[in-house]
Ligand binder design. Structure first.
Ligand code: 5GP
Ligand code: ZN
Length: 114
């Protein structure tokens, strides 16, 4: 089920172009249009869930994380390391309200995040 006007649902539907790196198991991984690291991928469920607060299915969250782990391996960042981030609602920095993980790698990350 897609949400009207949702950018990521449009990417799933092929209505907006994106560089897809992996698809399957109800998930999609594609390059972030405004990368913050040498590897910056977005990992999403293909059906619309607005945010972590709206994710009622713990199995979906588990599959999303496992999918991101596999994407990290295929992107070649697994051994050196990477970061997964899920921004939630305004204080979390969420700007696109379709559940997504950021997968960031290819450089050392700093802590704390901004
Ligand atoms: P958020 O701020 O919600 O955690 O992350 C949304 C991310 O989506 C941002 O990093 C932003 O660069 C990315 N983004 C927004 N619009 C598009 C788009 O049309 N295509 C792609 N590939 N990424 C997008
Ligand atoms: Zn959506």
């Amino acid at each position: 089920m897609s949400a009207a006007g949702c950018i990521f649902c449009k990417i799933v539907a092929g209505e907006i172009p994106a560089t897809v790196v992996r698809r399957g198991d109800g998930m999609l991984a594609f390059k972030d249009v405004n990368p913050q690291a040498p590897t910056h991928l977005l990992v999403i469920p293909t059906h619309h869930v607005a945010s972590l607060n709206d994710a009622k299915d713990p199995q979906l969250l588990g599959r999303l994380l496992g999918f991101a782990r596999d994407v990290a391996r295929d992107a070649g960042v697994a051994e050196r390391g990477y970061r997964v981030v899920m921004n939630t609602n305004p204080d979390g920095g969420q700007t696109v309200f379709h559940l997504h993980l950021h997968l960031l790698g290819g450089r050392p990350m700093t802590w704390p995040p901004g």
